[in-house]
Write a protein that binds this ligand. Structure first.
Ligand SMILES: NC(=O)c1ccc[n+]([C@@H]2O[C@H](COP(=O)([O-])OP(=O)(O)OC[C@H]3O[C@@H](n4cnc5c(N)ncnc54)[C@H](OP(=O)(O)O)[C@@H]3O)[C@@H](O)[C@H]2O)c1
Length: 334
């Protein structure tokens, strides 16, 4: 890529953010990585990435601080807003008011106000989730598409595991679309389903905890994974490549589901237990229905503008490969 193209990634220390920074640097973007604490050990891996010495700078910014992102965004043509407090997934005690004033909503609008002050900005890419689509009292018969919005009242009423996160992401994304329309921001949202894949962070974030919980037996994280039986999954590398593709594609517009396979926790646990007979992997989940009909999330819209997934082979295979690659890394700290 010729010429200087500068973009910013929020939440660059995280699971998805770090990989996205890596892929952007490989494409020779000049990347501004925003981090709550740039002096923290959590960011050392970013400085060691290819092209980091010439193309990466670290910027301190916090979602809870108004105008915190102003400086980092100045001169950027793209902002990838990935940051979110994922611990919400584990906090089920909250009122509706708590959720609506949560960091996800305020932080997103805070970031967008900083975008409004950036004259060079061409597109704002927001990492949403299929969780803003699939929480329906009556699931569709065949597939979930971008036309659907999760029913926030359904989240509040049924209090499914992670409801606070799901409701907060939905409320925040709706507010973001309103802000984008009123303030002329070219926003595109990416909606990954549950993300699996090798990670480069030197620590385990909440998302990674969930993904590897069958192996680590972390009870709280496994509760999240169990709730995801019957949902869809996607590879980390495909998620990050989709972010970049949607940033670069002149015709990208609106919401894009990014998802390739459906997850059957029974099949994954079975494959893992065969591969690791000494590890005593749980294969029975009392509260879960083995025969559950899984409604997939459709990535037709993303495929329709020419994106190609790299990880198209059988989902269980690469999920099991992912677990295998973690064998050496399960002792790393949170
Ligand atoms: N992982 C998945 O399966 C999945 C699926 C769909 C959508 N998503 C979305 O993808 C995004 C990233 O998720 P992830 O899996 O990469 O999570 P993660 O590893 O926990 O990363 C979250 C990032 O957000 C940052 N952050 C949290 N609170 C912040 C604050 N107050 N101010 C500034 N930064 C803050 C964290 O920084 P610190 O480390 O400094 O706290 C971290 O860099 C989220 O928006 C999530 O909703 C994830």
């Amino acid at each position: 890529m010729d010429g200087k193209r500068t973009v910013c990634v929020t939440g660059a220390s995280g699971y998805i953010g770090s990989w996205l920074v890596m892929r952007l640097l490989e494409r020779r973007y000049h990347v501004r990585a925003t981090i709550k604490d740039p002096g923290n050990e959590k960011v050392k891996h970013l400085l060691e990435l290819a092209n980091a010495s010439t193309h990466l700078t670290l910027w301190k910014a916090d979602l809870d601080e108004e105008s915190s992102y102003d400086d980092a965004f100045q001169g950027c043509e793209g902002v990838f807003h990935v940051a979110a407090p994922m611990e919400l997934l584990f906090q089920d005690q909250a009122t509706k008011e708590d959720t609506e004033s949560a960091t996800i909503l305020n932080g997103l609008l805070n970031v967008m106000r900083s975008c409004s002050k950036t004259k060079t900005l061409k597109r704002f890419i927001y990492t949403s989730t299929t969780g803003t689509i699939i929480m329906q009292p009556q699931p569709p018969l065949h597939e979930y598409t971008e036309n659907l919005w999760s029913d926030v009242d359904f989240c509040y009423d049924s209090k499914m595991h992670g409801w606070k996160y799901l409701a907060a992401k939905t409320v925040a994304e709706k507010a973001a679309w309103k802000y984008a329309e009123e303030n002329g921001i070219d926003m595109v949202t990416v909606h990954p389903s549950l993300v699996f894949g090798h990670f480069i962070t030197p620590y385990r974030g909440y998302s990674i905890d969930i993904a590897i919980s069958l192996y680590t037996k972390d009870k709280a994280a496994m509760a999240s994974l169990k709730c995801l039986n019957g949902t869809s999954i996607v590879h980390l590398d495909d998620v990050c490549n989709a972010h970049i593709y949607l940033f670069e594609h002149p015709l990208a517009k609106g919401r894009y589901i990014c998802s390739t396979h459906t997850l059957n926790i029974f099949e994954i646990a079975h494959s893992l237990s065969l591969k690791y007979p000494d590890r005593d992997i749980t294969t029975e989940f009392e509260t879960l229905d083995k025969s559950l009909k899984i409604v997939p999330c459709s990535s037709e819209k993303l495929l329709g503008i020419g994106f190609e997934f790299s990880h198209k082979n059988k989902g269980e295979n690469w999920v099991v490969c992912f677990f295998t690659s973690l064998l050496k890394r399960t002792n790393i700290s949170r």
